[in-house]
Design a protein around this ligand. Structure first.
Ligand SMILES: Cc1cc2nc3c(=O)[nH]c(=O)nc-3n(C[C@H](O)[C@H](O)[C@H](O)COP(=O)(O)OP(=O)(O)OC[C@H]3O[C@@H](n4cnc5c(N)ncnc54)[C@H](O)[C@@H]3O)c2cc1C
Length: 299
Protein backbone atom coordinates (compact mmCIF):
# COMPACT_ATOMS: atom_id res chain seq x y z
CA UNK A 1 0.00 0.00 0.00
CA UNK A 2 1.27 3.52 -0.84
CA UNK A 3 2.10 6.04 1.87
CA UNK A 4 2.64 3.46 4.62
CA UNK A 5 5.42 4.17 7.06
CA UNK A 6 8.44 1.93 6.42
CA UNK A 7 9.48 -0.39 9.28
CA UNK A 8 11.76 1.17 11.88
CA UNK A 9 12.99 0.61 15.42
CA UNK A 10 11.98 3.07 18.08
CA UNK A 11 13.71 4.23 21.25
CA UNK A 12 12.83 6.83 23.86
CA UNK A 13 15.73 8.87 25.18
CA UNK A 14 15.57 9.79 28.85
CA UNK A 15 18.42 12.34 28.76
CA UNK A 16 20.59 14.20 26.26
CA UNK A 17 23.47 11.82 27.05
CA UNK A 18 21.17 8.84 26.47
CA UNK A 19 20.09 10.23 23.07
CA UNK A 20 23.70 10.90 22.05
CA UNK A 21 24.70 7.35 23.06
CA UNK A 22 21.80 5.89 21.05
CA UNK A 23 22.69 8.00 18.01
CA UNK A 24 26.30 6.86 18.28
CA UNK A 25 25.35 3.19 18.79
CA UNK A 26 22.96 3.00 15.80
CA UNK A 27 25.07 5.24 13.52
CA UNK A 28 23.90 7.10 10.40
CA UNK A 29 20.61 5.11 10.23
CA UNK A 30 19.36 6.75 13.43
CA UNK A 31 17.25 9.91 13.39
CA UNK A 32 16.17 12.11 16.28
CA UNK A 33 12.38 12.48 16.42
CA UNK A 34 10.80 15.65 17.79
CA UNK A 35 7.24 16.52 16.67
CA UNK A 36 7.58 14.30 13.58
CA UNK A 37 5.76 16.79 11.31
CA UNK A 38 8.68 16.81 8.86
CA UNK A 39 10.30 13.46 9.57
CA UNK A 40 7.22 11.22 9.51
CA UNK A 41 5.97 12.98 6.35
CA UNK A 42 9.38 12.38 4.73
CA UNK A 43 9.14 8.69 5.71
CA UNK A 44 5.60 8.32 4.41
CA UNK A 45 5.83 10.40 1.24
CA UNK A 46 9.45 11.04 0.29
CA UNK A 47 11.17 7.69 0.70
CA UNK A 48 13.15 8.46 3.88
CA UNK A 49 14.01 5.17 5.63
CA UNK A 50 15.79 5.66 8.93
CA UNK A 51 16.50 2.37 10.82
CA UNK A 52 15.75 3.84 14.22
CA UNK A 53 13.84 6.85 15.50
CA UNK A 54 15.04 8.26 18.80
CA UNK A 55 12.30 10.20 20.51
CA UNK A 56 13.63 13.38 22.07
CA UNK A 57 10.27 14.44 23.52
CA UNK A 58 10.84 12.04 26.42
CA UNK A 59 13.85 14.12 27.57
CA UNK A 60 12.73 16.49 30.31
CA UNK A 61 13.66 20.19 30.30
CA UNK A 62 14.10 20.90 26.60
CA UNK A 63 10.75 22.60 26.03
CA UNK A 64 10.88 25.80 28.04
CA UNK A 65 11.31 29.48 27.21
CA UNK A 66 13.33 31.44 29.76
CA UNK A 67 14.34 35.10 29.79
CA UNK A 68 17.88 35.36 31.20
CA UNK A 69 20.49 38.13 31.37
CA UNK A 70 21.98 37.15 27.98
CA UNK A 71 18.60 36.92 26.23
CA UNK A 72 15.86 34.42 25.61
CA UNK A 73 16.68 30.71 25.93
CA UNK A 74 14.26 28.60 23.88
CA UNK A 75 14.47 24.82 24.33
CA UNK A 76 14.72 22.91 21.03
CA UNK A 77 11.56 20.94 21.82
CA UNK A 78 9.40 24.01 22.43
CA UNK A 79 6.38 23.85 20.15
CA UNK A 80 5.61 26.55 17.62
CA UNK A 81 2.35 27.28 19.45
CA UNK A 82 4.21 27.84 22.72
CA UNK A 83 6.62 30.22 20.97
CA UNK A 84 3.75 32.07 19.25
CA UNK A 85 1.79 32.44 22.50
CA UNK A 86 4.66 33.39 24.82
CA UNK A 87 4.11 37.01 25.96
CA UNK A 88 7.88 37.58 26.37
CA UNK A 89 8.47 36.54 22.72
CA UNK A 90 5.59 38.67 21.42
CA UNK A 91 6.83 41.72 23.38
CA UNK A 92 10.54 41.76 22.63
CA UNK A 93 11.01 39.36 19.69
CA UNK A 94 7.92 40.13 17.61
CA UNK A 95 9.10 38.71 14.28
CA UNK A 96 9.73 35.31 15.89
CA UNK A 97 6.25 35.18 17.47
CA UNK A 98 4.72 36.16 14.12
CA UNK A 99 6.66 33.47 12.22
CA UNK A 100 5.85 30.71 14.71
CA UNK A 101 2.19 31.76 14.56
CA UNK A 102 1.91 31.24 10.79
CA UNK A 103 3.38 27.72 10.63
CA UNK A 104 0.93 25.17 9.17
CA UNK A 105 -2.21 25.02 11.26
CA UNK A 106 -3.18 24.95 14.92
CA UNK A 107 -2.70 21.16 14.97
CA UNK A 108 0.71 21.33 13.27
CA UNK A 109 1.88 24.13 15.57
CA UNK A 110 0.99 22.10 18.64
CA UNK A 111 3.31 19.25 17.55
CA UNK A 112 6.01 21.00 15.49
CA UNK A 113 9.05 22.14 17.46
CA UNK A 114 11.34 25.08 16.83
CA UNK A 115 14.35 22.73 16.93
CA UNK A 116 12.81 20.46 14.29
CA UNK A 117 12.10 23.47 12.09
CA UNK A 118 15.79 24.45 12.14
CA UNK A 119 17.31 20.93 12.04
CA UNK A 120 15.16 19.89 9.08
CA UNK A 121 17.23 22.40 7.07
CA UNK A 122 14.44 23.51 4.72
CA UNK A 123 15.28 26.84 3.02
CA UNK A 124 11.68 27.86 3.80
CA UNK A 125 11.89 27.12 7.55
CA UNK A 126 9.65 29.80 8.99
CA UNK A 127 11.58 30.58 12.18
CA UNK A 128 14.99 30.88 10.50
CA UNK A 129 14.75 34.42 9.02
CA UNK A 130 13.49 35.96 12.29
CA UNK A 131 16.18 34.18 14.30
CA UNK A 132 18.84 35.43 11.85
CA UNK A 133 17.54 38.99 12.18
CA UNK A 134 17.63 38.63 15.97
CA UNK A 135 21.24 37.32 15.90
CA UNK A 136 20.41 33.97 17.53
CA UNK A 137 22.84 31.19 18.47
CA UNK A 138 22.26 27.44 18.53
CA UNK A 139 23.52 25.34 21.43
CA UNK A 140 24.55 21.97 19.99
CA UNK A 141 25.50 18.76 21.84
CA UNK A 142 28.40 16.95 20.14
CA UNK A 143 28.60 13.13 19.90
CA UNK A 144 31.08 13.03 22.86
CA UNK A 145 28.74 15.14 25.01
CA UNK A 146 30.51 18.51 24.67
CA UNK A 147 28.29 21.57 24.18
CA UNK A 148 29.10 24.09 21.44
CA UNK A 149 27.51 27.41 20.57
CA UNK A 150 27.07 28.05 16.85
CA UNK A 151 26.08 31.35 15.27
CA UNK A 152 22.79 30.55 13.50
CA UNK A 153 24.20 31.97 10.26
CA UNK A 154 26.65 29.05 10.24
CA UNK A 155 24.07 26.45 11.27
CA UNK A 156 22.56 25.91 7.79
CA UNK A 157 24.85 24.14 5.31
CA UNK A 158 22.44 23.45 2.42
CA UNK A 159 18.95 22.09 1.72
CA UNK A 160 18.31 19.41 4.38
CA UNK A 161 21.82 19.70 5.81
CA UNK A 162 22.60 21.53 9.04
CA UNK A 163 25.15 21.62 11.81
CA UNK A 164 23.05 18.90 13.53
CA UNK A 165 22.85 16.46 10.64
CA UNK A 166 25.41 13.89 11.84
CA UNK A 167 24.88 12.52 15.32
CA UNK A 168 24.52 15.91 16.99
CA UNK A 169 21.58 17.38 18.87
CA UNK A 170 20.22 20.88 18.98
CA UNK A 171 19.51 21.66 22.63
CA UNK A 172 18.43 25.28 22.65
CA UNK A 173 18.39 28.55 20.78
CA UNK A 174 19.69 31.65 22.53
CA UNK A 175 18.30 34.93 21.26
CA UNK A 176 20.05 38.10 22.49
CA UNK A 177 17.69 40.80 23.69
CA UNK A 178 17.25 43.35 20.90
CA UNK A 179 17.99 47.04 21.58
CA UNK A 180 14.97 48.81 23.10
CA UNK A 181 14.39 50.83 19.92
CA UNK A 182 14.62 47.83 17.53
CA UNK A 183 11.25 46.85 16.04
CA UNK A 184 10.91 43.64 14.05
CA UNK A 185 8.44 42.05 11.66
CA UNK A 186 8.04 38.81 9.69
CA UNK A 187 6.12 38.63 6.41
CA UNK A 188 5.27 35.25 4.92
CA UNK A 189 4.21 35.17 1.30
CA UNK A 190 2.38 32.02 0.26
CA UNK A 191 -0.55 31.38 -2.08
CA UNK A 192 -2.69 30.06 0.79
CA UNK A 193 -3.05 31.68 4.19
CA UNK A 194 -2.78 28.39 6.13
CA UNK A 195 -1.24 24.93 5.65
CA UNK A 196 1.26 26.24 3.12
CA UNK A 197 4.96 26.87 3.25
CA UNK A 198 6.45 30.23 2.30
CA UNK A 199 7.23 31.10 -1.31
CA UNK A 200 9.21 33.99 0.17
CA UNK A 201 9.72 34.80 3.86
CA UNK A 202 11.10 38.18 4.92
CA UNK A 203 12.16 39.14 8.44
CA UNK A 204 13.20 42.71 9.13
CA UNK A 205 14.47 44.68 12.11
CA UNK A 206 14.68 48.46 12.18
CA UNK A 207 15.97 51.00 14.70
CA UNK A 208 15.56 54.66 13.77
CA UNK A 209 17.35 57.79 14.91
CA UNK A 210 16.25 61.41 14.89
CA UNK A 211 15.37 62.92 11.52
CA UNK A 212 13.91 59.71 10.15
CA UNK A 213 17.35 58.16 9.57
CA UNK A 214 17.97 54.47 10.05
CA UNK A 215 20.26 53.67 12.98
CA UNK A 216 20.36 49.95 12.23
CA UNK A 217 18.56 47.66 9.79
CA UNK A 218 18.60 43.88 9.75
CA UNK A 219 17.09 41.76 6.99
CA UNK A 220 16.86 38.01 6.40
CA UNK A 221 15.17 35.95 3.70
CA UNK A 222 13.68 32.46 3.57
CA UNK A 223 12.80 30.15 0.64
CA UNK A 224 14.96 32.05 -1.86
CA UNK A 225 18.37 30.36 -1.56
CA UNK A 226 19.76 26.93 -0.56
CA UNK A 227 19.72 28.19 3.05
CA UNK A 228 18.01 31.08 4.84
CA UNK A 229 20.20 34.19 4.30
CA UNK A 230 20.93 37.65 5.73
CA UNK A 231 20.66 40.48 3.17
CA UNK A 232 23.77 42.38 4.25
CA UNK A 233 24.17 44.62 1.22
CA UNK A 234 20.68 46.02 1.77
CA UNK A 235 21.37 46.43 5.50
CA UNK A 236 24.54 48.44 4.77
CA UNK A 237 22.68 50.60 2.25
CA UNK A 238 20.01 51.50 4.81
CA UNK A 239 22.35 52.43 7.69
CA UNK A 240 22.27 56.21 8.24
CA UNK A 241 19.86 56.78 5.35
CA UNK A 242 16.47 58.53 5.55
CA UNK A 243 13.81 55.88 5.10
CA UNK A 244 11.43 56.77 2.28
CA UNK A 245 9.32 54.58 -0.03
CA UNK A 246 12.11 55.01 -2.61
CA UNK A 247 14.97 54.01 -0.29
CA UNK A 248 12.89 51.09 1.03
CA UNK A 249 12.34 49.92 -2.54
CA UNK A 250 16.06 50.28 -3.33
CA UNK A 251 16.82 48.18 -0.21
CA UNK A 252 14.42 45.57 -1.60
CA UNK A 253 16.34 45.51 -4.88
CA UNK A 254 19.65 45.08 -3.03
CA UNK A 255 18.14 42.37 -0.80
CA UNK A 256 17.19 40.42 -3.92
CA UNK A 257 20.90 40.29 -4.77
CA UNK A 258 21.48 38.13 -1.67
CA UNK A 259 19.04 35.52 -3.02
CA UNK A 260 19.66 32.56 -5.31
CA UNK A 261 16.11 31.31 -5.83
CA UNK A 262 15.05 28.27 -7.82
CA UNK A 263 11.92 27.80 -9.91
CA UNK A 264 9.69 25.03 -8.58
CA UNK A 265 6.02 24.05 -8.38
CA UNK A 266 5.36 26.90 -5.96
CA UNK A 267 6.87 29.81 -7.91
CA UNK A 268 9.41 30.80 -10.52
CA UNK A 269 12.77 32.23 -9.54
CA UNK A 270 11.82 35.53 -11.25
CA UNK A 271 8.62 35.81 -9.21
CA UNK A 272 10.51 35.16 -5.99
CA UNK A 273 13.06 37.88 -6.80
CA UNK A 274 10.27 40.35 -7.52
CA UNK A 275 8.47 39.45 -4.31
CA UNK A 276 11.63 40.02 -2.25
CA UNK A 277 11.73 43.61 -3.52
CA UNK A 278 8.06 44.15 -2.73
CA UNK A 279 8.08 42.47 0.69
CA UNK A 280 11.32 44.00 1.96
CA UNK A 281 10.01 47.48 1.09
CA UNK A 282 6.66 46.65 2.70
CA UNK A 283 8.31 45.34 5.87
CA UNK A 284 10.52 48.42 6.23
CA UNK A 285 7.67 50.87 5.71
CA UNK A 286 5.47 48.97 8.16
CA UNK A 287 8.22 49.15 10.79
CA UNK A 288 8.80 52.85 10.16
CA UNK A 289 5.08 53.61 10.51
CA UNK A 290 3.69 50.92 12.83
CA UNK A 291 0.23 52.50 12.83
CA UNK A 292 0.11 51.63 9.11
CA UNK A 293 0.57 47.91 9.59
CA UNK A 294 3.58 47.16 11.82
CA UNK A 295 1.84 44.08 13.13
CA UNK A 296 1.09 42.57 9.75
CA UNK A 297 2.72 39.19 9.16
CA UNK A 298 1.24 37.77 5.95
CA UNK A 299 2.29 39.05 2.53
C1 LIG B 1 0.71 20.16 7.14
C2 LIG B 1 2.06 20.76 7.42
C3 LIG B 1 2.22 22.13 7.32
C4 LIG B 1 3.47 22.71 7.56
N1 LIG B 1 3.60 24.07 7.45
C5 LIG B 1 4.81 24.65 7.69
C6 LIG B 1 4.96 26.06 7.58
O1 LIG B 1 4.01 26.82 7.31
N2 LIG B 1 6.19 26.59 7.82
C7 LIG B 1 7.27 25.80 8.16
O2 LIG B 1 8.37 26.33 8.37
N3 LIG B 1 7.13 24.46 8.28
C8 LIG B 1 5.95 23.86 8.05
N4 LIG B 1 5.81 22.51 8.16
C9 LIG B 1 6.99 21.69 8.46
C10 LIG B 1 7.16 21.32 9.95
O3 LIG B 1 5.94 21.36 10.64
C11 LIG B 1 8.16 22.24 10.68
O4 LIG B 1 9.39 22.31 9.99
C12 LIG B 1 8.37 21.76 12.12
O5 LIG B 1 8.84 22.82 12.90
C13 LIG B 1 9.30 20.56 12.26
O6 LIG B 1 9.42 20.26 13.63
P1 LIG B 1 9.22 18.80 14.21
O7 LIG B 1 9.38 18.92 15.69
O8 LIG B 1 7.94 18.22 13.76
O9 LIG B 1 10.47 18.07 13.56
P2 LIG B 1 10.67 16.52 13.19
O10 LIG B 1 9.84 16.17 12.02
O11 LIG B 1 10.56 15.67 14.39
O12 LIG B 1 12.20 16.58 12.76
C14 LIG B 1 12.65 17.27 11.62
C15 LIG B 1 14.13 16.97 11.39
O13 LIG B 1 14.93 17.56 12.40
C16 LIG B 1 15.64 16.55 13.15
N5 LIG B 1 15.57 17.00 14.55
C17 LIG B 1 14.45 17.37 15.20
N6 LIG B 1 14.77 17.87 16.42
C18 LIG B 1 16.12 17.78 16.52
C19 LIG B 1 17.05 18.16 17.53
N7 LIG B 1 16.66 18.76 18.68
N8 LIG B 1 18.38 17.93 17.33
C20 LIG B 1 18.78 17.35 16.15
N9 LIG B 1 17.96 17.02 15.14
C21 LIG B 1 16.63 17.23 15.33
C22 LIG B 1 14.94 15.23 12.84
O14 LIG B 1 15.82 14.12 12.94
C23 LIG B 1 14.46 15.48 11.41
O15 LIG B 1 15.52 15.25 10.52
C24 LIG B 1 4.57 21.90 7.92
C25 LIG B 1 4.39 20.50 8.05
C26 LIG B 1 3.16 19.94 7.80
C27 LIG B 1 2.99 18.45 7.94
Amino acid sequence: MRNRLPRFSYAEACSVEDALALLNEVGPGAKPLAGGTDLLVAMRMKGAKPDTLINLKTIPGLDSIEARADGLHIGALTTMQAVAECPEVARGYTCLAQAAGVVGSWQVRNRATIGGNLCNGAPSAETAPPLLVLGAHAVVAEPGGARRTVDLERFFHGPGVTECSAGKLLLEIVVPKPADDMRTIYIKHSPRKAMDIAVVGVAAGLAMQEGGRVREARLALGAVAPTPVRAREAEAYLAGRVLTPESAREAGKLAARSARPISDVRASAEYRLEMIEVLVARALMALAAPERGGQQCAG
